[in-house]
Design a protein around this ligand. Structure first.
Ligand code: SAM
Ligand code: DTB
Ligand code: SF4
Length: 325
């Protein structure tokens, strides 16, 4: 990173709100300056996702199709075993991904056979030479330590929204519990993947507030997924209208300005975006995308469409971070 880029942890909400409200051209100019200084090749990391344990989750996250509290809940899907998961990881690597992210629809990690399998999946993915990321809810210090020993690169646990808007989205776990989980992951020496969702009825103040909490984490989360709500039928948020793509561009740009050295992942919601909107997101600071035809339970652009996206943008896939070394 060049010295010109300042890394701060004391951003105020009003400063962040002012960034989100900048005239678009000014915001893009500022964000691009940071992006170009920190990632001059505009390399984009390709991360593939796989749902290992799908549906039946005890939490009531209003956006999530996997919650047992919603009629959208997908039941009857068997939990995947180690060998097929590693086959999928190998296929993802052959298709060009360098990070493999695995999800469990759990409130917290369960001990016993499922956790032992998770550890084997992590070490198997690392043995393929890929970054390994797990998202599986809350965990204990000991579980975090064992995941670190298995070679886990990153643990994904999102703030999802601002502390002020949080109660309207999730009632079964507190914002404070999320922060404690993040601290456990950090203490174990695993990198943090932590971001949120826009399009859940939040205000610009809420977006600024969520970004302020993220930017106050020291060091910043190594990767920050920015999701646009995928409004799934049967979830309480099913009727919410799609966000204006420019809102997502603004969110990515401000995330890049606040967290210059972090990977900013343009995450859920890309199927609803035009190629032009995605290119603006890449220009504004996104340096990672989910790659492969499904996210966890919903769709994602086709692999060929994403290759075309990167070709059109004139950027190259895969930037190996120091964390992957
Ligand atoms: N159960 C674990 C947890 O909540 O941490 C892991 C899986 S959970 C599906 C991971 C993240 O996916 C959520 O925190 C949320 O940010 C994102 N997500 C889930 N459903 C979404 C949707 N419909 N639209 C956008 N993002 C979504
Ligand atoms: C994240 O922030 N987004 C991903 C990943 N982390 C685990 C998940 C998006 C899920 C979208 C809805 C679904 O496919 O179920
Ligand atoms: Fe469960 Fe995670 Fe979905 Fe919340 S987001 S309902 S914790 S799977």
């Amino acid at each position: 990173m060049t010295e010109a880029v300042e890394v701060r942890h004391d951003w105020t909400r009003s400063e962040i709100e002012a960034l989100l409200d900048l005239p678009l051209m000014d915001l893009l100019w500022r964000a691009q300056g940071v992006h170009r200084a920190t990632n001059p090749g505009y390399h984009v990391q390709l991360a593939s996702l796989l749902s290992v344990k799908t549906g039946g989750c005890e939490e009531d996250c209003a956006y999530c199709p996997q919650s047992m509290h919603h009629s959208s809940d997908v039941t009857g899907q068997p939990e995947l075993q180690v060998a097929p998961v590693l086959e999928r990881a190998k296929a993802a690597k052959q298709a060009g991904a360098d990070r493999f992210c695995m999800g469990w629809a759990w409130r917290e990690i369960r001990e016993g056979a499922p956790f032992d399998a998770m550890l084997q999946m992590v070490s198997g993915v690392r043995a393929l030479g890929m970054e390994a990321c797990v998202t599986a809810g809350m965990l204990t210090d000991d579980q975090a330590k064992r995941l670190a020993e298995a070679g886990l690169t990153a643990y994904n646990h999102n703030l999802d929204t601002s502390p002020e808007h949080y109660d309207k989205i999730i009632t079964t776990r507190t914002f404070q519990e999320r922060l404690e989980t993040l601290e456990r992951v950090r203490q174990a020496g695993v990198t943090l993947c932590c971001g949120g969702i826009i399009g859940m009825g939040e205000t610009v103040k809420d977006r600024a507030s969520m970004l302020q909490v993220l930017a106050s984490i020291n060091p910043h989360p190594e990767s920050v997924p920015i999701n646009a709500l995928v409004a799934v039928e049967g979830t309480p948020l099913e009727e919410l209208p799609p966000i204006d793509p420019i809102e997502l561009v603004r969110m990515i740009a401000v995330t890049r300005i606040l967290m210059p050295g972090s990977r900013v992942r343009l995450s859920a919601g890309r199927e609803q975006l035009s190629q032009e909107a995605q290119i603006l997101c890449l220009q504004a600071g996104a340096d990672s995308i989910f790659y492969g035809e499904t996210l966890l339970t919903t769709g994602n652009p086709a692999v060929e469409a994403d290759r075309e996206l990167l070709r059109t943008a004139g950027v190259q896939a895969n930037w190996h971070s120091p964390a992957a070394a």
